[in-house]
Design a protein around this ligand. Structure first.
Ligand SMILES: [Zn+2]
Length: 189
């Protein structure tokens, strides 16, 4: 096999090696392991493709993006945690989806904050002590659609307050009420 032909054959794999390294999540040794080659081989490939130049270009681009959209991204996160939906805010702040995909990362805590804030927006305390639900209803029961399986607003309210995701029932007779003082655990079985 001639040298040129040899490089032509392995070229696609080398490109993939460069791409994987440029994701910035893996060491040369990690990349080597993924492709069944040595760390030294990866090093050679990266040298040949002038990867340092490309890496710098990537990093500079990130910096420029963040300088331009960093503030908007912070506002997006703040409003998301306050219970607003992502898409309308993204449109309003004119953040390109490329930027959102790249930089908007939610932790479990962010998501919980969002859901709890969204929940709190639907509470209307009444003079009689009940807290009536102003959100959606299904068959007359308050629902909080976090996921498609468990939508009971009572259940979610109990969970946010007590950290326990269990079946609960209303004890005050007001079907609109989601006051956790007006509910109790349902005995299953
Ligand atoms: Zn009540």
């Amino acid at each position: 096999m001639t040298k040129t032909l040899y490089y032509a054959t392995i070229y696609p794999m080398n490109e993939k090696i460069v791409d994987m390294y440029l994701e910035g999540k893996y060491s040369m040794a990690d990349v080597g392991k993924a492709f069944g080659v040595s760390r030294q081989y990866v090093h050679q490939v990266l040298n040949k493709s002038k990867v340092e130049d490309r890496w710098l270009k990537y990093k500079n681009k990130d910096k420029a993006d963040l300088a331009k959209y960093g503030e908007a991204l912070n506002e997006l996160m703040e409003r998301y945690r306050n219970g607003e939906y992502i898409n309308p805010v993204v449109q309003q702040l004119k953040i390109p989806s490329r930027i959102v995909n790249k930089f908007f990362h939610r932790t479990a805590e962010d998501i919980l904050d969002h859901e709890v804030s969204k929940y709190a927006r639907n509470l209307a305390p009444q003079p009689n002590g009940c807290i009536e639900w102003t959100g959606c209803y299904a068959n007359g029961y308050p629902i909080h659609p976090v996921n498609s399986h468990d939508r009971s607003a009572l259940k979610w309210g109990w969970f946010y307050a007590n950290g326990e995701f269990v079946s609960v029932k209303n004890t005050c007779g007001n079907r609109r009420c989601v006051n956790i003082e007006h509910m109790e655990k349902r005995l299953v079985g």
